[in-house]
Design a protein around this ligand. Structure first.
Ligand code: UDP
Length: 234
């Protein structure tokens, strides 16, 4: 094993670099679902996620959102700023789907009056349980002002991304973000790809995201290629 490898995730590996403030992310061709219970190698997936995430992050950066990306090294590798990652998955929902539909017995696709924000505690061992603000504070995962900032940024990112995807004839149903601390600031980390959001074609309402893999209803690479082509064409 490469002794620079510091973390091997489900979709990405993280490596040390010569600069202690920078890390190398390598997007992998692996797809997982149901907390890693289903795992498959899908050639081409790593490059597609890296390219899609790069376009989305570049757009967010151009619109004033600070992120951890420094530069791309290849079509599936990025140099990023090392941050102290806050162990929360921040989910925003514009429409009912996935676990929210199941939990509250609601119809998939129903529009929510206001976007809903949820936190999940990042822990493979515990299966990323839902966590509320009071629990986040009690466990010293983040302070109240950090919680407020993260929610505010997530809403801002949503407002930027809805028209971004709409131009590509895609509805942004929900997504997951992660944040990290660096120099007394909190910045956007991780990635934004169809692995961690739901995108529905505005005309057919078909999924163009990881639900294709979760529900085995199509070809993941073909689907992610469509997303990339559409956002490049903007
Ligand atoms: N999500 C993610 N990683 C996770 C769980 C969820 O990126 O570990 C994303 C998922 O792709 C969707 C959103 O967060 O866009 C909301 O997911 P949901 O809670 O509905 O869970 P799921 O249906 O994936 O079980």
């Amino acid at each position: 094993m490469d002794n620079n490898l510091i973390y091997s995730g489900k979709a990405k590996d993280l490596f040390k670099t010569e600069n202690e403030n920078e890390l190398l992310v390598v997007y992998k061709d692996q797809a997982t679902a149901f907390n890693g219970k289903r795992k498959e190698i899908i050639p081409g997936k790593g490059v597609l996620n890296c390219r899609i995430s790069t376009l989305v992050f570049d757009y967010l950066i151009d619109n004033g959102i600070e992120t951890h990306v420094i530069q791309n090294i290849s079509d599936h590798e990025q140099l990023i700023k090392k941050t102290e990652v806050i162990p929360l998955e921040v989910v925003l929902r514009n429409r009912v789907s996935g676990s929210f539909a199941k939990k509250f017995d609601l119809i998939d696709g129903e529009t929510l009056e206001e976007p809903v924000i949820e936190f999940y505690f990042k822990s493979d061992k515990l299966g990323d349980p839902f966590i509320n603000d009071s629990q986040v504070l009690s466990l010293h995962i983040a302070t109240q002002s950090e919680i407020d900032f993260v929610k505010q940024q997530t809403l801002k990112i949503n407002k930027l991304l809805i028209p971004f995807f709409s131009k590509a004839n895609l509805d942004l149903i929900d997504f997951k973000l992660e944040f990290g601390r660096i120099d007394d600031k909190i910045i956007l980390v991780d990635e934004f790809s169809p692995d961690n959001c739901r995108l529905w074609d505005q005309t057919s309402h078909n999924s163009l995201d990881k639900d294709i893999f979760r529900q085995q209803k199509g070809d993941l690479v073909d689907t992610y290629e469509k997303v990339l082509e559409r956002i490049i064409a903007e």
